[in-house]
Design a protein around this ligand. Sequence first.
Ligand code: AMP
Length: 219
Amino acid sequence: MINIILLGPPGAGKGTQAHRLVAERNMIQLSTGDMLREARTSGTAMGKMVADVMDRGDLVTDEIVIGLIDEKLQGDNGGGFIFDGFPRTLAQADALGALLKRSGRKLDAVIEMQVDDAALVARISGRFTCGDCGEVYHDDTKPTAKPGTCDKCGSSDLKRRADDNADSLKVRLMEYYKKTSPLIGYYYAKGDLHTVDGLAEIDTVAKSIANVLDQVRTS
Ligand code: AMP
């Protein structure tokens, strides 16, 4: 069992790679972004509280996302956890360390997906996902084979995120550089950091991640 963090700015490809790891290694994806979107869709009080913050591109409070992760860590861990979009602040990183320790688990690797900002804008502005299975598509680089239908599960519920627009992206990028990028140094200092080229083809990125996982499994 391997527990990893996928670290990178919005549009780096964390979700895409997490889905592959779930399918190929039976790992469990813990995406705080997905959990928050679910809370919004189901109309919970917390979902209503975070809606505006998310649409603007700001971060929701540490307390809320730490609580969400805490809950999930009590459940089954399958082939290990993939933390996707969490932690995003140093306080969240400290909290994750404590939660893992408390449940007798450890973090095996932090995989930083490096991309440049110009690529992020292009990736995010064409992005859409399947509302049923979560598969991620792109207008130019990964369209569905049949327009309006998910290749993977056949659903016609294809969606664009409310925060995938130029204004929110600016805020999300700024939040990343101000609050999340310090985690690169934090995990480097702990000896957990591995860096992959997130601009490569999806299969190539997947191979680089697989290499890291093989490396930490045998170490
Ligand atoms: P994501 O799907 O990871 O891009 O997250 C979408 C939005 O959810 C972010 O822009 C934040 O508003 C919120 N969010 C997701 N994860 C976190 C987190 N770990 N800390 C704070 N806010 C988060």
